[in-house]
Design a protein. Structure first.
Length: 585
């Protein structure tokens, strides 16, 4: 067993020397032995809770991590942080808490690690914002770090009865299908009984949403960026064999301590580019355009939405996953997972192979061990991709000078250009109500504003509205733009992250009904047919940001602190402003 010198590790402040006797008495009170006290203390952080299936399996998996830490001469100390689960927060005021929870997760993990002087971290997360929040904390602390995803949910299956529409009977179900079923129900093409049956079978196990929505997108990022052991994110949550990855992650963090490999040795400009490649080629969530810059910010690396979208632009899309494609996360795992995907990217020279990973080896060394090939059904060979450019595209123009983002995975080229008159709504509720009543016309661009990080506050996702449009069969007949976000499960021509946001008097704040908007995902343009003079006139008469009901509490605080969307919607100065590194204090 390795004996660790604690003279340079943070935990020396609570375990070493006569003056730490009071601190050690607390550790003895929890049944820790003398030998364990003088080993490295490893934070095992989870987002376990009973809020949703995404997080419910994390408690068990943490126990496996702790076994791995112990086997490699470390002393694990488990703690939990919050999660807000988007599937349950969606479509009402609770969604405002989602993005703000990312910052709260990073902050609470940082504070726990600092307060107890833990030497390294293994972080387990299951839902959309908990993955980037946990990775942000790792990079902020810059300690040896291993990330592990809780795993995806198993696909749902509808019973083969006439009551259920045929297209729901013939595909794997995810929560996205339930949101779209609501749209069908509203327009009278799905019965009460069918909806009642589907809600009981769509989500049959623990685990995060099954498509390439935000949780699975960021799980893929965790491997590609190097913070997670390769192939650790793919196995579904209910599989007991996930515990082997937990134990291996516990051992891996002890290896990183021994070699003094820290989070910022892993998360570099090159590894961020690798991560963006994987998002693009899998048709991942637009939310990656928010989370990758936020992770970079923690390390003091300039990597904003423009940089992410530049990589998206020249990365082929070749992994056939929902919502744009046909398959779920379990299917990707069954054909070899992210290692096979990254090997396809490597064939085209699109991976930086010299990036260090959580195993202590480079990504190139890890990929050399992968023998499986693209199956041609879930993972296409990169030589014959689904489309030649990424499944997610960045847009810019006079309507979004700071950029915007749209998922085009599964859309034909001719569907990626749209011009139409604006139909403006001041918030999501107004838009959703209009969609329910069909108070919009084919060919319009639905505009939902005042939903940005500061103006919302909280930058809500618009899945309820977009899914209702799809359920009504109008997903391809209208476009939608917002300064808010879209769920990874959103499909259709839906542009999010329009910046500057309305609360900061971005051009989206100045739009009026009937203004002609052009969205061109092929050329990367988003514009409105207004002259600079007209824009200036409207700006001069702008009455200021829309008032919100959040005048105190966590969301008020978030609105005061949050920065620009294209920089990651972060709430503190980041790595560039640091005057110390936690692990070196």
């Amino acid at each position: 067993m390795t004996k660790f010198d604690k003279s340079r590790l943070p935990s020396r402040y609570v375990t070493e020397g006569p003056e730490r006797a009071p601190h050690r008495s607390y550790l003895y009170a929890m049944g820790i032995s003398e030998e364990e006290i003088h080993q490295p203390l490893i934070g095992v952080a989870t987002c376990w809770n009973e809020a949703a299936p995404c997080n419910i399996a994390l408690n068990r998996q943490a126990q496996a991590v702790k076994l791995g830490v112990k086997a490699a001469s470390g002393t694990p100390r488990e703690f939990t942080t919050i999660t807000v689960t988007d599937g349950i927060a969606m479509g009402h005021e609770g969604m405002r808490s989602s993005l703000a929870s990312r910052e709260a997760i990073a902050d609470t993990v940082e504070l726990t690690m600092r307060g107890h002087c833990y030497d390294a971290i293994v972080g387990l997360a299951g839902c959309d914002k908990s993955l980037p929040g946990m990775m942000m904390a790792m990079v902020r602390l810059n300690v040896p770090s291993v990330f592990i995803y809780g795993g995806s949910i198993l696909p749902g299956k509808a019973p083969q009865i006439d009551e259920i529409p045929e297209d729901f009977r013939t595909r794997d179900l995810t929560v996205q299908d339930m949101f779209e079923a609501v749209g069908r129900h509203q327009n009278g093409t799905m019965s009460d009984a069918a909806l009642d049956i589907l809600e009981r079978v769509a989500c049959p196990s623990s685990g995060a949403c099954g498509g390439q929505f935000t949780a699975n997108t960021m799980a893929c990022v965790s491997e590609a960026i190097g913070l997670a052991l390769l192939n650790s994110s793919g196995m579904p949550a209910p599989y007991e064999s996930r515990d082997q990855y937990g134990e291996a992650s516990g051992r891996a963090v002890m290896n990183l301590i021994e070699k003094n490999i820290r989070a910022r040795d892993v998360v570099t400009r090159k590894s961020l580019e690798n991560a963006a490649r994987v998002v693009a080629c899998t048709g991942g969530s637009t939310n990656a355009g928010l989370h990758l810059p936020a992770i970079a910010h923690e390390a003091g690396i300039d990597f904003n939405l423009d940089d992410v979208c530049e990589i998206f632009r020249d990365t082929p899309y070749f992994v056939n996953l929902k919502p744009g494609g046909d398959h779920v996360a379990k299917d990707l795992f069954d054909v070899g997972g992210i290692p096979v995907v990254m090997n396809e990217l490597r064939k085209a020279g699109l991976i930086h192979e010299d990036c260090i990973t959580a195993s202590g080896k480079t990504i190139g060394e890890e990929l050399d061990t992968v023998t499986r090939k693209a199956d041609g059904k879930v993972i296409y060979p990169i030589e014959t991709p689904i489309t030649k450019t990424g499944g997610v595209v960045g847009l810019k123009g006079n309507l979004a000078p700071e950029g915007a983002i749209v998922k085009v995975a599964g859309m034909k080229a001719e569907e990626q250009v749209f011009t139409g008159p604006a139909r403006v709504f001041e918030c999501e509720e107004d838009a959703f109500a209009a969609v329910q009543k069909r108070e919009y016309k084919e060919g319009e661009v639905i505009v939902i504003r005042n939903e940005g990080p500061a103006g919302g506050p909280g930058m809500r996702e618009m899945l309820a509205t977009t899914a209702a449009l799809s359920g009504q069969g109008m997903g391809k007949k209208v476009a939608l733009i917002t300064d808010g976000r879209f769920s990874g499960a959103t499909r259709g021509f839906c542009v999010g992250h329009v910046g500057p946001e309305a609360a900061h008097c971005g051009p989206i704040a100045l739009l009026e009904n009937g203004d002609m908007i052009t969205i061109d995902a092929v050329s990367g343009e988003i514009s409105v047919a207004l002259s600079e003079d007209e824009m200036a006139t409207r700006k001069a008469s702008w009455k200021g940001p829309r008032d919100t009901i959040y005048a105190s509490g966590a969301l008020w605080k978030y609105a005061q602190l949050v920065g620009k969307t294209y920089l990651g919607a972060v709430t503190h100065p980041g790595g560039k402003a640091e005057k110390h590194i936690y692990a070196d204090l």
